[in-house]
Design a binder for this molecule. Structure first.
Ligand code: BGC
Ligand code: BGC
Length: 678
């Protein structure tokens, strides 16, 4: 394996650093959407117009390929079909794996072993062994081919009780700290190895363009340069660097860049919707992170549920095969998304040769995958799925398994780090997550330099998010939609607990009251509010108004303000929302995104030390424009705060004054130091 080389000068480390420093990448606005009915041919792609990588991140290996040749020669056709099916563990036993020679299993967001979202890590590891042993059991014929077990470790190993929960991607985007992302990837890989997992469906490299999308928080940024830099860091953190020993093995795992391609471009921000952008935008904005991912040696890519110009990506040969594999040289495998193949014309969840013919290599099949197996086998036998295509799909899957050393790795529980349960939520990982929280916070307003607070004050902590680890963690947390009680998070700290610790240690007074009631009038109130957890389309919304009318959060802020109590608002959300009334009703306002398990990171920044000295300044900068109206999320929308904005304790009086004029009547455009607003 030799040195990974980047394909574009803009992807060189220096180029990225420069782009980040200048904020030049903040130009991800796409052109206006095309007319609603795409004409025939609108979804025709021109691979020759897509850039060619100079060389693959991982060189072809002749010995490995000849081992695959041998396997392909002797595998039975039904075993090959088994390899290209990934079944959900909720409906799959180890015995099924043995019988059908399945290539992979997954645990969807709600598919923990035994159907228990709170199953102990030990039970996950036992299940990993059981599935693996079944894949190696040839007592009834077939070949021993180790299976892969994938989970959505999208902000840490988030399906597992006790695991470290890092901020969701949108918060990481605000840190602008590429090296931190790499370390988070490495820590996540280590925690995955503890439970015997070898593959994560991460990172999401969507370049979200419309924050009404329920998956905006899975997107690092609206800016393709930032997403690309992060894709590199996260993939290399998870998999290891292509030019270093230990790639894909040891403390590393297999990553998956998702969802190829244009998931962040859909009309109206509709999940699984249609991306009506030009081929140039698809390539330059939404394709950019895939070039970075390939240069980092990503081994799997997940196809998107969405369509491009009316054509579902799962059936788009031009994009999957001609662009991604042939032109861009991707030699790993393409996994489908959750039964997404059933959305192709002429397909059902149990029959879809069209997706494999288009270039999909592995079905993600949560439902009746046995029928899918039978139908696919029949399609190969009838020739409607050519054997050559099946062989190519299996070759790619075997290539990844061989590269990851799986054939010689032994049972999951015997591999490095397996069973070291203390690594889940290890102090070192939590400290890293806490750093990420601190660096992700974006200060939008700080009237009269209310922040930083003195820890010797009398502090009231209020609001529905103050003591809710579920709210601070969002979706994809223990279950698909999240929402578990604090008791489900032994290795986590709520925002309230973090504040309490700091204030109590300094000899101040501190109280929690979600409704904002008190007995002794506090010197300051910290009000934590925002979005309730959601995932995928469940989080799509038509309006960006956080709470239309005078909602409960605004009433709480106003109630405290009327009593002359200065208010610090801490806003938990998966995206920027229209919160101008709440902003006006607060003295200081912090966008905290979905910070995850380390609520204590917020107190680190809000509070000075006992002598009033800043302990940690704000570092976060918006990785998305902040909306200036409840409805606008169109191309020409005027942001209230533009991409790149974020105040510091050291911000100038002029910057702060600009902010004060940000009212609903005059949504002042805050310009960053780089001048031109977009
Ligand atoms: C999501 C993917 C995810 C998969 C498995 C799908 O619904 O779109 O992002 O990896 O489920 O949970
Ligand atoms: C998600 C899965 C989840 C399932 C629940 C899918 O869309 O991606 O991870 O378990 O829905 O029905």
């Amino acid at each position: 394996m030799r040195q990974a080389r980047t394909m574009h000068s803009s992807h060189t480390v220096a180029g990225i650093a420069l782009a980040l420093a200048l904020g030049t990448g903040a130009c991800a606005r796409t052109e206006r959407v095309h007319p609603p009915t795409p004409s025939d041919g609108a979804s025709t792609v021109h691979p020759e117009r897509w850039p060619v990588p100079s060389r693959p991140a991982i060189d072809a290996d002749a010995a490995l390929e000849s081992r695959i040749d041998d396997l392909l020669r002797t595998l039975r056709v039904e075993d090959k079909v088994g390899q290209i099916i990934q079944a959900d563990v909720a409906v799959t036993t180890p015995e099924d794996v043995r019988r059908y020679r399945l290539g992979s299993v997954l645990s969807g967001g709600d598919s923990a072993p035994g159907g228990d979202d709170l199953a102990p890590a030990r039970v996950w590891l036992e299940a990993a062994d059981a599935y693996y042993l079944a894949s190696m059991n040839t007592s009834h014929g077939g070949h021993a081919i180790p299976l892969l077990w994938a989970v959505d470790a999208v902000h840490g190993h988030n399906n597992i009780v006790s695991a470290t929960l890092f901020p969701h991607n949108i918060g990481l985007g605000a840190t602008r700290n590429v090296e931190l992302i790499r370390r988070i990837g490495a820590a996540t890989a280590r925690e995955l190895r503890v439970t015997g997992h070898d593959w994560t469906f991460a990172p999401t490299v969507a370049v979200a363009q419309d924050v009404r999308w329920g998956r905006t928080y899975e997107s690092y940024s609206q800016d393709p340069a930032l997403v690309s830099a992060y894709a590199t860091a996260m993939i290399e953190g998870l998999q290891g660097r292509p030019d270093e020993p230990g790639l894909l093995r040891g403390a590393h795992v297999i990553a998956s860049a998702k969802h190829f391609i244009g998931d962040g471009a859909t009309l109206g921000g509709r999940d699984q919707g249609d991306s009506r952008v030009s081929e140039a935008t698809l390539r330059d904005v939404h394709g950019a992170p895939y070039r970075a991912a390939l240069a980092s040696g990503v081994q799997t890519i997940m196809a998107s549920f969405s369509s491009w110009q009316g054509a579902k990506v799962h059936g788009h040969k031009g994009l999957l095969t001609d662009v991604l594999k042939t032109r861009m040289g991707f030699d790993g495998f393409i996994v489908g998304d959750w039964s997404a193949h059933e959305q192709l014309a002429g397909c059902t969840s149990t029959s879809c040769a069209a997706a494999i013919n288009a270039g999909l290599d592995m079905f993600m099949a949560p439902g009746d995958w046995k029928a899918l197996h039978a139908n696919t086998l029949a399609q190969v036998r009838s020739g409607s799925l050519p054997m050559a295509r099946l062989d190519d799909a299996v070759r790619r899957i075997l290539r990844v398994k061989l590269r990851a050393g799986l054939f010689d790795a032994g049972t999951p529980s015997s591999r490095p780090l397996a069973g070291q349960f203390a690594l889940l939520g290890a102090a070192e990982h939590r400290a890293l997550a806490r750093q990420a929280v601190r660096e992700s916070l974006v200060l939008l307003k700080n009237d009269d330099a209310l922040l930083p607070l003195r820890p010797t004050m009398n502090v009231l902590v209020a609001g529905p998010g103050a003591d809710s680890i579920a709210m601070q963690s969002g979706g994809w947390t223990l279950s698909w939609q999240g929402g578990q009680p604090n008791s489900a998070f032994p290795n986590a700290e709520s925002i309230w607990r973090g504040v309490e610790t700091v204030v109590a240690a300094a000899g101040g007074r501190v109280a929690l009251d979600v409704q904002g009631d008190f007995t002794t009038k506090p010197d300051v109130a910290i009000v934590v509010f925002g979005e309730a957890p959601y995932a995928e389309w469940r989080g799509d919304r038509a309006s960006l108004d956080h709470q239309p009318g005078e909602g409960s959060d605004l009433r709480l802020l106003k109630k405290l303000r009327t009593l002359d109590i200065p208010v610090v608002a801490v806003f938990l959300s998966g995206r920027p929302l229209w919160i101008t009334p709440e902003l006006d009703a607060s003295d200081a306002f912090v966008a905290a995104w979905l910070p995850g398990s380390e609520g204590g990171g917020i107190a680190d920044v809000l509070f000075a030390d006992g002598d009033g000295r800043v302990r940690h300044d704000f570092k976060g900068k918006l990785s998305f424009d902040w909306p200036g109206a409840p409805t606008d999320r169109g191309v020409d929308a005027q942001p209230l705060y533009a991409y790149g904005f974020g105040l510091h304790y050291t911000s100038s009086a002029a910057e702060r004054a600009l902010l004060r004029s940000a009212t609903p009547q005059r949504s002042t455009r805050i310009r960053t130091s780089q001048g031109e607003p977009r």
